[in-house]
Design a protein around this ligand. Sequence first.
Ligand SMILES: [Zn+2]
Ligand SMILES: [Zn+2]
Ligand SMILES: [Zn+2]
Ligand SMILES: [Zn+2]
Length: 483
Amino acid sequence: MANLQSFLRDRCLTVLNLPDKGRSLFTSRDFRPGEVILRQEPYVSVPNNNSSESRCDGCFKTDGLKKCSGCQVVWYCGSSCQKSEWKLHRHECKALCRLEKEKRMLVTPTIRLMVKLCLKRNLQNEKVIPITTTDNYSLVEALVSHMSELDEKQLMLYAQMANLVNLILQFPGIDLKEIAENFSKFSCNAHSICDSELRPEGIGLFPLVSIINHSCSPNAVLVFEEKMAVVRAMEYISKDSEVTISYIETAGSTLTRQKSLKEQYLFHCQCARCSNIGKPHDIEESAILEGYRCANEKCNGFLLRDPDDKGFVCQNCMLLRSKEEVKKLAGDVKTVSAKALASPSAENKQDAIALYKTFEKLQEKLYHSFSITLMRTREKLLKMLMEVESWREALDYCKLIVPVYQRVYPATHPLIGLQFYTQGKLEWLLGQTEEAVSSLIKAYDILRISHGTSTPFMKELSAKLDEARAEASYKLLALKDGN
Ligand SMILES: [Zn+2]
Ligand SMILES: [Zn+2]
Ligand SMILES: [Zn+2]
Ligand SMILES: [Zn+2]
């Protein structure tokens, strides 16, 4: 641990033990927005491979993959990734080969992550893989497991999973209890590894990053460069402050956020945002994000349950929306939602889009215009419209989503930047060059904070912006010449 403190000291960071939060990461100098606070390669990682999509075990790329000829489970993009993974996979491959075909189907990414964890620990003990300050099983040992707070059902599940790991590895003297405890550690410490557009690609264990605590209004953001975790300051962080990231989707009412933190991470959040629970502003925010809209279509007020329980009263114009009306509409929404979910969208995309539009129109009548539920439906519609290349309609939805994002996320949240990037690309495709330039600038200004400026993704964004700028000035020149 002394090594770790000196590693962190070199990066102007320190770990403090707080009575109610445990280990916490603190700064020992100021950090500017966009500055890297911490980087870490995963101790172990596994791509989220399934029947429809596979990724290289080494770099998570999807192109030109070949199956490992031994186990037929793991994929590689080429010999360089296969080689770099071989020290560990050699043993995993042998273990997977021993397993009967049907049992191999049970080897989920989480099970594989545990198999790799056990193997890596052994290989480091045997000095086949070098131990470093940050690539070190002792960091995994230091992670919280919350074992004592788990219910019987969860404990049983972890015990069964540990048995499967035992069946795969067949190590003599394997410690099943420790493996079960490590599964519990995974559930509150493993990170989902995402690409630059925040789409999940796999899971990994980054025990140093796990020291960073959660806040619903975090001052830092975690992104990934290939498999490496990179934590950057999202805002100005002064010396001696705690570094925080968000473990969950922060768009949601305080109750919703606290519920998901309690369920998955087993703690009660006491961040600045959560401490407002029950205050007038917090009640208003919940009613806007998760409540109904005013019966008067022109009114943007938020509704609260009326004291006589007749329905919901608009806090702006005092109009009552009866319980019966809300119930009827909610029923209709439910019916269409069931249909939309059951529709085989891959087969007939236009039908699926039409269905989702009906769904959206109904939700529009029921929910507040900044509702998270409505926003999710529009995100889905945007995705489907992009797939069928309906650029103009996609742009309309993009523009509806941006203001909601700006309301529910902090100003420098990467999701806002990514949405502006999509908007800029759509405007560019539709020949709206000046608008494209303006959107791409907004995207760049936000994403350079979360993503830095040197990754291939950011270089591509910057090149698109240059291209759009050049065309905008060319158009302007042509216009002048015309006059
Ligand atoms: Zn690869
Ligand atoms: Zn293999
Ligand atoms: Zn919170
Ligand atoms: Zn109203």
